[in-house]
Design a binder for this molecule. Structure first.
Ligand code: AMP
Ligand code: ZN
Length: 468
């Protein structure tokens, strides 16, 4: 597979560190509010990358963090008069609901910054010992000048950056040795969450979190590091500096960055106030449509969000679903027996569509072209599967369509997801049925939940459930 690597600025052949395995780290959201649909773009794009690797038979270790200690979280907690963890836990849960709606798989690990503080302190200690970091009045800074590769990802000219940052030094940050030095550990301010450290009570800097969590859950060297293009500088540049200085190893082999989701051709962001949350959008559209819309453009291109474009994605998705349901009908009512000669030739055509889909995905995850192949496949099955087709040919056509849609995380069949509340109501109904000794009904409810992927566990404290 070819991947456009921000580090080399070209499409490189993907070669994994360990054969058959791939470690992917994606910078996750800061959890102080509902995620907006811009945040959903990297989630959907890199989930699709993961699904494609899994389709190819790779064992994928997918790690995406939640930044759960941050100025914005603290500010919101102060405004609401609650602890920071109340805010972060609330929005982690809400974010997970949105991700489920967008059919983004749970990561192998979703580490939280606040649960990895010991390892963060350890990395800062290593950096100080190696003289890559220094402490001033409870703040620890990274000594950027000592890391000779600084700027290699963003291709920035450091002298220009230093000139641009000169005012910072004047504005109270003159304790830094260099304008480009960045914070690894900052001292506690009144009312902020903090942890004890060799440099006093404080909290980690944002960049440090990702260096530590990727090391812990993937290793010193990771195959693919991804995130939105706004993270290239300074976040990813700083992650490289910290990790490579601490570990004496290349940090990430491939760097992938998604383009921005825009609205009226302006970047969608919280600070500009021109954003929609995924939750708001879910009231208007099926989130599957949003997923399909996001994948209809190449991930590196900017993508403009507009009602017209989303509407046309909805129509496109409907066309695919209609084709799938027609195939299902023929699978039930078509001709029994072996596939006929004409159909055998068509089956070969089906494989050709799969190959073309793969070719698009192999070319730097070109989901836009991959979706065009799906549309051509839809046209092909619409003309070659009729009421006179064999059930077997219809099934082969259906499987092919479903296979490709699944790689993109698109369900061709409506699978109504049960909401937490509905699940809990059904569990209660099952308990009531049992009490009333109506075991048939109780079993029926358990089976219904199993079919929907809900696993029940009867414990002494009551019934627990989880999604499979
Ligand atoms: P944040 O919570 O701001 O750190 O963002 C989480 C992720 O969403 C990062 O990978 C950002 O690059 C990405 N992101 C934020 N806004 C947008 C946008 N408008 N379009 C695409 N990606 C975005
Ligand atoms: Zn990060």
């Amino acid at each position: 597979m070819k991947i456009f690597n921000t580090l080399t600025k070209k499409k490189d052949d993907f070669v994994p560190i360990n054969e058959g395995k791939v470690g992917i780290y994606v910078c996750g959201p800061t959890v102080y509010d509902y995620i907006h649909i811009g945040n959903a773009r990297p989630m959907i794009v890199f989930d699709t990358l993961r699904r494609y690797f899994e389709y190819k038979g790779y064992e994928v270790n997918y790690v995406s963090n939640f930044t759960d200690v941050d100025d914005k979280i603290i500010k919101k907690a102060i405004d609401e008069g609650v602890e920071s963890t109340v805010i972060s836990e609330r929005f982690i849960e809400e974010c997970k609901k949105d991700m489920a709606g967008l059919n983004v798989k749970e990561a192998t690990t979703h580490p939280k910054a606040t649960e990895e503080i010991d390892d963060m302190i350890a990395m800062v200690e290593t950096l100080i010992a190696k003289e890559y970091a220094y402490e001033v009045n409870g703040t620890v800074y990274f000594r950027t000048r000592k890391f000779s590769d600084y700027g290699k990802l963003s291709k920035k000219n450091l002298d220009d950056l230093r000139a641009g940052n000169r005012e910072l030094k004047v504005s109270g940050q003159d304790e830094k040795e260099d304008a480009l030095d960045f914070v690894l550990w900052k001292p506690k301010k009144e009312g902020e969450p903090s942890w004890p450290s060799p440099w006093g009570e404080g909290r980690p800097g944002w960049h440090l979190e990702c260096s530590v969590m990727s090391k812990k859950y993937i290793g010193d060297v990771i195959d693919i590091h991804a995130g939105g293009e706004d993270l290239i500088f300074p976040h990813h540049e700083n992650e490289i500096a910290q990790s490579e200085a601490a570990n004496n190893a290349e940090f990430a082999r491939y760097w992938m960055h998604n383009g921005f989701l825009k609205i009226n051709n302006e970047k969608m962001s919280k600070s500009l106030g021109n954003f929609f949350t995924v939750r708001e959008i879910s009231e208007k559209y099926d989130l599957q449509v949003i997923r399909f819309f996001m994948l209809s453009a190449h991930y590196r291109s900017p993508l403009n969000f507009s009602a017209d474009l989303v509407e046309s994605s909805k129509n496109g998705l409907d066309r695919i679903k209609t084709a799938a349901s027609k195939l299902e009908e023929v699978m039930a009512s078509g001709v029994d027996g072996d596939i006929n000669v004409a159909e055998t030739a068509n089956v070969a055509e089906l494989y050709a569509y799969v190959k073309r889909f793969e070719d698009a995905m192999e070319d730097d995850l070109n989901t836009a072209d991959a979706i065009s192949v799906i549309f051509e496949l839809v046209k092909f099955v619409n003309t070659t599967v009729t009421a006179d087709s064999t059930k077997e040919y219809a099934a082969k056509a259906y499987d092919t369509l479903k296979l490709l849609a699944d790689i993109l995380g698109i369900n061709v069949k409506e699978e109504a997801m049960l909401l937490d509340e509905e699940i809990e109501n059904l569990i209660q109904e099952r308990q009531d049925a049992r009490k009333a000794k109506n075991f048939a009904r109780a079993d029926e409810i358990r089976n219904l939940l199993t079919e929907k992927g809900i696993i029940l566990e009867d414990t002494r404290e009551g019934v627990r459930w989880k999604r499979a």
